[in-house]
Design a binder for this molecule. Structure first.
Ligand code: XMP
Length: 522
């Protein structure tokens, strides 16, 4: 039979079968090449470059984090209690990646994690659809208290029917005494003196109105003067400053949050979802397990198709197991992490490049893969993305930066050449399965000492030198990624990934010990 395009359907079937055979044998060859191997075992062969400028502002580094969450930069901050709380999640989302808030809070203690998610979701907005409000008849003391607890300096004043009545700023509350008005109505700027916009408005028009009328806040109302939102100059400036930021449909920064697979995890998930978490991550050490199967099933039964990531796995069967259970992305990596001792203590795990290739070939793009752990130099970041990761999750690479939680401790360090001791600032970085992290999560008062000892820690706690902002590290990583795209003869990250996977033999060079020393020993 001849198709409308001239070729017969048997020709097409034969070509498709040949293509499948070719890709199956390329996959088998790639798997053989990476068996038992990890990042430092490979280099990539340089190709003719087509990139004019190695500039992250001009090269597409976009990646899928999960089924419905896209990133413009493929970097994710790990859900570890010494890495990702609100400050880290805000920085990563503003830079185009994503942070996952850890669950390293005590069991049943859900509110602190919810608070971190709320801070991220309230950092910036497109339109603030539910601004903090107050009634005109409320006492000024109540308004001051509202500003203090919410951390905002402007309250929109609305009457009982939700109609705009005025605006009240922190400045209106200065020098309040009993002789002056004691209700909000007496202190606010009333509705008839406000600049207001009726109906929807885009960012450019809003900026023009604010510039022309010299205002910093623009309330949006419907035809009946009902308050429908608030735009702020600060948010518009943020949108300009961070053009690659990861935002939700309302212009808020996106954030992920980790939950476990037992105990309070469903209740935790419910509260995190209510606080606006964009994606939940069921994160357990061995994700290819009966515990995980039950957890995913219960999560889906309760929360439907809320974006869900699960892990960790490190084998083809493990990856397929999670895909078959309908998760929206999988986290791959057992034992490569900088704070991790699983392989030392159990002898189980898969070298990370092998695990990524297995995961990629087994799932064939059905859902994105998050390459989790083991990235200690930017070249390894490139490999994690090219060998199968859609995005890369980083812990130790971000340790010690200003955005990590925890105190800076000054420690004496001996300088042997100078023969003197100096004080150096350090921060703690630890595996989430380190004994210290586990004990912190337990209610130690109630725990039997024997229980704590029986926990079987699989993580390290180390001090790392305190560094500057994580943004500098992210910018360097992105520049190096652009250089890699140029060396690889590709025009974008997706292009580089496709080229290497389509013809791994053209790119991948397995290193001898001498070649490895020549490449990485510095
Ligand atoms: P990097 O290498 O970026 O890896 O620090 C971060 C990832 O390491 C994992 N992780 C652990 N794995 N025991 C483990 O076996 C631990 O205590 C531990 N803490 C973190 C985790 O997957 C993280 O994203």
């Amino acid at each position: 039979m001849t198709s409308p395009f001239g070729a017969s359907s048997t020709d097409e079937q034969a070509r498709a079968a040949a293509a499948r055979r070719a890709s199956t044998s390329a996959s088998a060859a790639l798997l053989d090449l990476v068996r038992g191997k990890t990042f430092d075992d490979f280099l990539f062969r340089p190709k003719y470059s087509v990139v004019e400028r190695r500039d992250p502002a001009h090269i597409d580094l976009g990646a899928r984090f999960s089924r419905r969450v896209m990133l413009k930069r493929p970097l994710v901050a790990a859900n570890m209690d010494t890495v990702t709380r609100a400050a880290m999640a805000v920085a990563l989302a503003e830079e185009g990646g994503l942070g996952v808030i850890d669950r390293g809070f005590r069991r049943g203690d859900i509110e602190p994690q919810v608070r971190e998610v709320t801070i991220v979701k309230r950092t910036q907005h497109g339109v603030i659809t539910a601004p903090y409000t107050i009634e005109p008849g409320a006492p000024v003391a109540a308004a001051a208290e509202r500003m203090r607890t919410s951390g905002v300096g402007t309250l929109v004043v609305v009457d009982r029917e939700g109609r705009l009545a005025g605006m009240l700023t922190a400045r209106d509350l200065r020098f309040v005494d009993e002789r002056g008005p004691t209700t909000v109505a007496g202190r606010m700027t009333p509705r008839d003196r406000l600049v207001v916009h009726r109906g929807p408005i885009d960012a450019l028009d809003a900026e023009r109105v604010m510039r022309e009328r010299k205002i910093k806040k623009l309330p949006l109302v419907d035809d009946h003067d009902g308050l429908v939102g608030l735009l702020t100059a600060r948010d518009l400036v943020k949108q300009r400053e961070h053009p690659f930021a990861t935002r939700d449909a309302q212009g808020r920064l996106r954030v992920g949050a980790a939950i476990g697979a037992k105990g309070d995890y469903l209740e935790r998930a419910a509260e995190l979802i209510a606080a606006g978490a964009d994606v939940l991550v069921i994160d357990i050490a061995h994700g290819h397990s009966a515990v995980m199967a039950r957890a995913i099933e219960a999560f889906r039964a309760r929360f439907g198709d809320v974006e869900l990531v699960a892990g960790n796995v490190a084998t083809a069967e493990g990856a397929r197991f999670l895909v078959e259970r309908g998760v929206d992305a999988i986290k791959v990596g057992i034992g490569p992490g900088g704070g991790c001792t699983t392989r030392l203590h159990t002898n189980f795990g898969v070298p990370q490049v092998e695990a990524l290739v297995e995961g990629r070939l087994a799932t064939d793009g059905a859902v994105p893969i998050i390459a989790d752990g083991g990235v200690r130099r930017d070249g390894a970041l490139v490999q994690a993305l090219v060998f199968g990761g859609d995005t890369v999750m980083l812990g130790s690479a971000f340790a010690g930066t200003a955005e990590t939680p925890g105190e800076i401790v000054q420690k004496p360090v001996l300088l042997p050449e100078a023969g003197k001791t100096v004080k150096v600032p350090f921060k703690v970085f630890r595996g989430m399965a380190s004994l210290q992290a586990i004990v912190d999560r337990l209610d130690v008062e109630d725990a039997e000492a024997a229980d704590v000892e029986a926990l079987g820690a699989e993580g390290l706690e180390v001090s790392v030198p305190a560094r500057g902002s994580v943004r500098v590290i992210v910018h360097d990583m992105l520049k190096h990624l652009c250089s890699a795209i140029s060396y690889g003869g590709a025009s974008s990250l997706a292009d580089l990934q496709q080229r290497v996977m389509a013809a791994p033999g053209d790119y991948v060079i397995a290193l001898s010990d001498a070649a490895r020393r020549e490449s990485f020993d510095r």
